[in-house]
Ligand binder design. Structure first.
Ligand code: NAP
Length: 338
């Protein structure tokens, strides 16, 4: 065993895109396990986009970083020595050692890895947190039906490639979005996607329209921003959008213009489209319910009445500037006598 433990240190929150100067390096003594702990040697460190958000101390993550802390992150590691009943030296585990050569753990949240299933690094990718994200978001949230068009962005990464392949196995027609011709070729020839659109080639909206002539039934969004916008312009009726990641905005110092959808992910919220005309069969029910409340004086409203048809244009202009207070009406004629 070597004498030192090299660590990469968080120094400061990046401005815009992270730069190497945001990090430092130091070396400490290799810690020794106490009762109930084990020491492991990092074999692979996972690099995940969400670290960029942790570096700005985003509230949606449990991790907190202060300058001088070792960077946080998941690793695949081999146990070197153990005083924990469930783990022994030689075990290979997925453990949050962070960006350092050695780490102590009390076993909480640690997964033992069976190297006979797949190469151990997959425990950080397609058989780890990103794989679970792609799998569960597709099977349980996007729910593509056989023959439907499923689109996924960042489609060659661990999340996107898992989502797309799961959708393909569910019988969907899968169209990827990626940032180069080479990535797109991989998506089609290796991942088995039906098509892939290179958003850097320009006119993503048009390219998606060509690749998805019947519209997009399900979209697994890993990017947000302009990619999400281009997809929304090509949706099929009843489409589902899974907001998974918004990497386009992670390195922005201020939220991008327009509604910032990040909190929707944090709150596990659902957005649905509503067109009232789909619900006209509820008109009688609504009239009965609210009409009864009105009779019982349990329902209030307000009207903003302008007198005279000739004043309708200015009343309408007031409405569009938010200067109405209550339902905007124009009184055009006399009230009925009965
Ligand atoms: P990844 O795909 O390996 O890497 C990120 C990819 O994002 C890049 O390779 C790039 O691929 C794409 N990208 C698009 N626009 C970008 C931009 N403006 N700047 C940088 N990259 C851009 O990463 P991953 O681990 O599979 O994660 C994918 C997304 O899922 C991330 O947004 C991540 O935060 C999110 N995620 C969410 C959860 C959750 O619980 N909601 C869990 C895990 C991951 P292209 O060149 O192909 O566009």
């Amino acid at each position: 065993m070597k004498s030192g433990n090299k660590r990469i240190i968080f120094l400061r929150s990046p401005r815009g895109l992270p730069v190497p100067e945001d990090f430092g390096i130091d070396e400490t003594a290799i810690p020794q396990p106490n009762a109930g702990q084990f020491l492991s040697r990092t074999v692979y460190l996972s690099l995940d986009p969400y670290y960029r958000n942790v570096m700005k101390n985003s509230q949606i993550y449990a991790d907190r970083l202060s300058p001088g802390d070792a960077m946080v992150g998941e690793t695949v590691a081999e146990i070197v020595s153990s005083k924990h009943l469930d783990f022994k030296a030689g075990d290979v585990v997925a453990v949050r050692n962070g960006w350092q050569q050695y780490g102590l753990s009390d076993g909480q949240g640690v997964r033992k890895i069976d190297p006979s299933v797949a190469p151990i690094a997959t425990a950080l990718g397609v058989l780890g947190m990103p794989g679970l994200t792609g799998y569960t978001g597709t099977v349980h949230l996007a729910q593509p039906l056989p023959g439907q068009t499923f689109v996924v962005s960042a489609c060659t990464g661990p999340v996107g490639s898992t989502a797309g392949q799961v959708a393909r196995h569910m019988g969907a027609r899968v169209v990827g979005i990626a940032g180069s011709k080479e990535k797109c070729t991989f998506a089609v020839s290796e991942l088995g996607f039906d098509a892939c659109v290179d958003y850097r080639a320009g006119d993503l909206r048009g390219a998606l329209k060509a690749a998805c002539p019947n519209g997009i039934d399900a979209y697994f969004d890993n990017v947000g921003g302009s990619t999400l916008e281009a997809v929304t312009l090509n949706l099929a009726m009843g489409a589902r959008i899974v907001l998974c990641g918004m990497i386009e905005a992670y390195s922005m110092d201020a939220p991008p213009p327009g509604p910032w959808l990040g909190p929707i992910v944090g709150a596990r919220a659902t957005m649905k489209g509503l067109v009232v005309y789909d619900h006209m069969n509820r008109m009688q029910e609504m009239t009965r319910v609210i009409g009864q409340w009105i009779k019982e004086d349990r329902f209030r409203w307000r009207e903003d009445v302008t007198d005279g048809l000739e004043h309708a244009p200015e009343a309408f202009c007031r409405l569009m500037q938010g200067q109405n207070f209550g339902k905007a009406l124009v009184k055009v004629g006399l009230a009925p006598s009965h």
